[in-house]
Design a protein around this ligand. Structure first.
Ligand code: HEC
Length: 154
């Protein structure tokens, strides 16, 4: 608003308003700050949206190395050598992915359908592993499950 005539045209109150606002407001342009923000908003926003918001980082998949460490500690006493039990060798990624004689023990992406997890969790018709010992710690089973879920990569 043009304050120079305020006193004359609208009287005392408006002139006080002008004094206060003009002393506080050092906006130098001939349109109000609100109008300027309003006009600029779409431009600023469109810049913001040009950069696609990055997807939240996926929880990192467990490395095979930590899976192998679990097998080495708990399983290879029986699942290694010339005649591993159930023909399942658990000493390296390559042989683990080969699985048993007639079926794989890992279904990439599907822990529940992987014989390995069924054995660790004691599913129906599957010998729970390791036999006659307490089951693996839940966190170890989950680590292997997450590794399978993430694609069972080497
Ligand atoms: C004390 C020896 C021993 C240990 C330790 C052992 N296993 Fe076994 N595992 C066996 C035997 C014996 C079989 C065959 C069981 C059968 O066919 O009834 C077997 C079978 C399996 C099978 C196939 C199960 C099925 O029903 O077809 C899987 C999978 C397996 N073991 C995984 C593991 C894993 C993983 C570990 C470590 C956490 C492990 N085993 C530790 C002796 C062992």
């Amino acid at each position: 608003m043009d304050c120079s005539f305020a006193y004359y045209s609208r009287g005392r109150q408006l002139s006080r308003y002008c004094e206060i606002t003009s002393s506080r407001n050092s906006w130098p342009f001939p349109i109000s700050m609100k109008a300027a923000l309003f006009a600029l908003a779409p431009i600023v926003l469109s810049f913001g949206f040009q950069h696609k918001t990055p997807a939240p980082p996926k929880p990192t998949a467990p490395a095979y190395k930590s899976v192998q460490a679990i097998f080495t500690k708990n399983c290879i006493s029986c699942h290694s050598g010339d005649h591993p039990k159930a023909a399942i060798d658990l000493t390296s990624y390559a042989v683990v992915m080969e699985g048993g004689e007639d079926q794989p023990i890992i279904k990439k992406g599907a822990p529940k359908h992987s014989l390995l997890i069924q054995a660790l969790r004691g599913a129906d018709n599957v010998r729970r592993m390791p036999p006659r010992m307490s089951p693996l710690a839940e966190k170890d089973i989950m680590l292997i499950e997450n590794w399978i879920k993430a694609g069972a990569k080497p």
